[in-house]
Design a protein around this ligand. Structure first.
Ligand code: HEC
Length: 304
């Protein structure tokens, strides 16, 4: 059993903020922020609030104070770094190794030393994520079983018209990410806008679950999807092409892993490249690392 270190100074940062922080970190990680070609389903008939009014409503609904939140000098250091490493029996556990490692190319970071020392900057040697220590027992006891069942069985993401609630609620001039994934995947894992039948560009994929302390009890959850920029999803005539997209995603996978990979069938003619190294330009079910590096262009379609 691992516990989060007790805080010594109180600051109130609610779980909602953490959830948003983790989700955005994960989603934005693979997305280009100015990729706004997907229909965002903004309901223009809804009067749009200003950013400051929106922020005030968030503060009121979640009992938070943005100016206090902004005082955390190191919001980039997640609560996981404050995990208590000694259990009740003084036995040491090392959850830090899941994130602080000797990175493999193309990740140049080597911060293995953080596994064995608490070298946090002095001003945040206490745990600033005080929301972890708030006892919510009273609030919890007020929620009945039927209320929670209704809650989990009702979508708080999509409206009855299959539009994305939060995308509509965000102010019109919102500069950040406006959720545009419908979690409506076809048999190939491509997310489809149920209203237009178009691909949103998001794709689900199998991945090895990542260790860490991203448990719902810690205010986190995750979903990992990928979306490449529009030029990786269209052919040379700027027409959306799942074949081009599959090709480019497979190449991205090989480039991230820096090795040969097995893949779904991909059309080598799209970039005129013998990806599997069998001497024929046809269909490849694997990408051979050396052959990929011999290709004139790594990518197919408009990105090629
Ligand atoms: C879920 C991933 C994750 C886990 C698990 C994790 N860390 Fe971190 N840690 C980060 C990230 C992200 C940062 C901020 C970026 C950076 O400095 O690398 C960070 C930053 C830090 C820093 C600040 C480094 C600096 O440059 O100021 C320290 C110290 C640290 N972690 C210690 C730990 C310790 C000790 C543990 C285990 C008890 C731990 N971390 C577990 C992700 C993690």
């Amino acid at each position: 059993m691992i516990f989060i270190r007790e805080t010594t100074r109180g600051r109130s940062i609610p779980a909602l903020f953490l959830v948003i922080f983790v989700l955005i970190t994960i989603i934005i990680g693979c997305s280009d922020s100015d990729d706004d070609d997907s229909p965002n389903s903004i309901n223009n008939s809804t009067p749009s609030v200003s950013i400051s009014t929106y922020q005030e409503s968030l503060e009121a609904n979640n009992q938070i104070d943005m100016s206090t939140l902004a005082q955390n000098p190191t919001p980039y250091i997640p609560p996981q770094c404050y995990t208590k490493v000694l259990d009740e029996n003084e036995q040491a556990h090392n959850p830090c190794y899941t994130c602080h490692i000797n990175g493999k190319h193309p990740n140049p970071v080597d911060d293995r030393f953080l596994q064995s020392e608490y070298s946090l900057p002095p001003e945040v040697s206490f745990n600033p994520w005080a929301n972890f220590f708030k006892n919510r027992q009273t609030e919890l006891s007020k929620i009945t079983d039927s209320e929670i069942l209704t809650y989990v069985r009702t979508s708080n993401y999509l409206t009855e018209n299959n539009t994305i609630k939060i995308a509509e609620e965000l102010p019109q001039e919102w500069p950040g990410y406006r959720p545009d994934c419908y979690f409506n995947f076809d048999e190939n894992g491509f997310d489809i806008n149920p209203n237009t039948g178009e691909m949103t560009g998001w794709r689900a994929f199998r991945y090895q679950p990542f260790l860490g302390t991203f448990w719902p009890t810690n205010g986190s959850f995750d979903d990992v999807l990928i979306r490449l920029s529009e030029s990786f999803r269209v052919d040379i005539n700027q027409k959306v092409s799942t074949d081009v997209y599959k090709y480019n995603l497979a190449v991205v996978e090989a480039l991230i892993k820096q090795t040969s990979i097995n893949t779904e069938p991909i059309n080598e003619q799209l970039a005129n490249c013998d990806l599997d190294g069998n001497g024929i330009i046809q269909t490849a079910e694997k990408i051979d690392w050396t052959s990929l590096n011999n290709c004139t262009s790594h990518f197919a379609g408009a990105a090629g």
